[in-house]
Design a protein around this ligand. Structure first.
Ligand SMILES: Cc1cc2nc3c(=O)[nH]c(=O)nc-3n(C[C@H](O)[C@H](O)[C@H](O)COP(=O)(O)OP(=O)(O)OC[C@H]3O[C@@H](n4cnc5c(N)ncnc54)[C@H](O)[C@@H]3O)c2cc1C
Length: 396
């Protein structure tokens, strides 16, 4: 079967539906496909997002996917020193992503986009040397979806960008391995906060997270450097055992890769546009990618709409330029700081957590790393190695 659209989007996670909704809203013919039989399921996510994302990206604050409201965070050093910030207003939420992703697709459909679940992109249609669309498989049938613009929103395992000739190779060092249980946990220290545990023995280069979904149910996960000889599961099980976590009953297991660096240079090739995890647009310090996928999807939508309105696909390239000049530049600074902070010893992490204030924790959570590291450098309690101090001073 042959279909014809202005835009075909591969992937209905976070980035895909944002683009689908925004471009369909402008009156263009949009189709979004996903290989999942049920959009949103299975999920691979801790499901934490800051409250600001809803307003910024025009997403309804719908109780159907707000699992729990969160008022702040507690950060724990290797020896157990704690840094806490708790507000009297909601700072973030733990989503139910299986519903959230489906609802994002629903909003895109309400804006006019067509959606096809259980439809897998298997290649590109090329004619006379030009990319003309996507070949897909749906319920055992072959589909040819012709479109002026093709959006690769197909996540960490993206193949669409590679098919288009974009170098999307991700070295293992730029990837974090994540392992997470959604589980019953009786002793959540404070279920109104997210809890983050740092330490070189706890999670090399990463952290253990406890994101409460209930008083006694949470996403408990770990992210570690992808080239670590041990598995993320090893570190998570060790943490659960060593911390005497009570009443563990595992409801769900999530395993996944998180791109933490190596952002794609080339976000557009001919008429193919790459967004979200497919473009490695993830915060390299905390590994959160939902807000970044929304941001990239929002920028890409503007250029896709303009290119279609002006019938000039060259305009798509503006997305690469705009993303790199703002978000890319910001994330490159974050990456630089991450590369330095991963060299901190457990003693230095202990000293840092002891030295920082609740306000610093707030800056840390909101991504203002510069402020935090400035405070650290100035603090006489934190004696960093001279080389580390020099690198940090240069980075900020
Ligand atoms: C364990 C774990 C915990 C995480 N926790 C958080 C967190 O708490 N907060 C946060 O902000 N981020 C978190 N992230 C990262 C976040 O999940 C991603 O950054 C985010 O989902 C990226 O959105 P996306 O739309 O780019 O890709 P995805 O959400 O991965 O969506 C891609 C979609 O493309 C579809 N697809 C792929 N290939 C094809 C194909 N060939 N044909 C059709 N469909 C296809 C997939 O089925 C999928 O639905 C976590 C990641 C992991 C692995």
């Amino acid at each position: 079967m042959k279909l014809k659209y202005d835009v075909v989007i591969v992937g209905s996670g976070i980035a895909g539906p944002i683009v689908a909704r925004n471009v369909a809203k402008e009156g263009f013919k949009v189709l979004m496909i996903d290989k999942k039989a049920e959009i949103g399921t299975p999920k691979r996510c801790g499901e934490g997002i800051s409250i600001g994302a809803f307003k910024k990206y025009d997403i309804p604050y719908d109780k159907r996917f707000i699992n729990r409201e969160i008022y702040g965070a507690a950060i724990y050093s290797p020896s157990g020193y704690k840094l806490e910030v708790k507000h009297n207003h909601v700072a973030g939420v733990i989503l139910e992503r299986k519903i959230f992703d489906k609802m994002l697709a629903y909003y895109a459909a309400k804006a006019g986009a067509d959606i096809m679940a259980k439809t897998e992109a298997i290649g590109l249609i090329r004619e006379d040397g030009k990319i003309k669309g996507i070949k897909a498989r749906h319920e055992g049938n072959s589909l040819e979806i012709y479109a002026d613009v093709i959006v690769a929103a197909d996540g960490i395992e993206s193949r669409v960008a590679r098919w288009a000739g974009i170098n999307s190779f991700l070295p293992p060092h730029e990837l974090d391995s994540a392992y997470e249980y959604e589980m019953i946990i009786e002793n959540i220290p404070d279920p109104d906060l997210i809890h983050l545990y740092f330490g070189n023995e706890i999670a090399p280069r990463g952290y253990v997270w406890v994101f409460p979904k209930d008083e006694d149910r949470a996403n408990v996960g770990v992210g570690i450097a992808g080239d670590n000889p041990r598995t993320a599961k090893y570190y998570l099980d060790k943490w659960i055992k060593e911390n005497n976590i009570k009443g563990v009953k595992i409801l769900e297991v999530n395993v996944g890769g998180v791109p933490v660096g190596g952002f794609l240079r080339e976000l557009v090739k001919d008429n193919v546009v790459v967004v979200g995890d497919a473009a490695r647009q993830v915060n390299p310090i905390h590994g959160g990618g939902m807000a970044e996928a929304m941001e990239a999807g929002t920028i890409a939508s503007r250029y896709i709409t303009k290119a279609l309105e002006d019938e000039n696909l060259e305009l798509l390239k503006g997305y690469t330029e705009e993303w790199w000049s703002k978000d890319g530049a910001r994330l490159m600074r974050v990456l630089k700081i991450r590369k330095i902070s991963e060299k901190l010893s457990d003693d230095e992490l202990d000293a840092a957590v002891q030295a920082l204030s609740g306000a610093d924790a707030e800056s840390l959570i909101s991504g203002d790393y510069k402020k935090v590291f400035k405070a650290l450098i100035k603090n006489p309690k934190v004696l960093l190695k001279p080389k580390l101090l020099k690198l940090l001073t240069e980075a900020i």
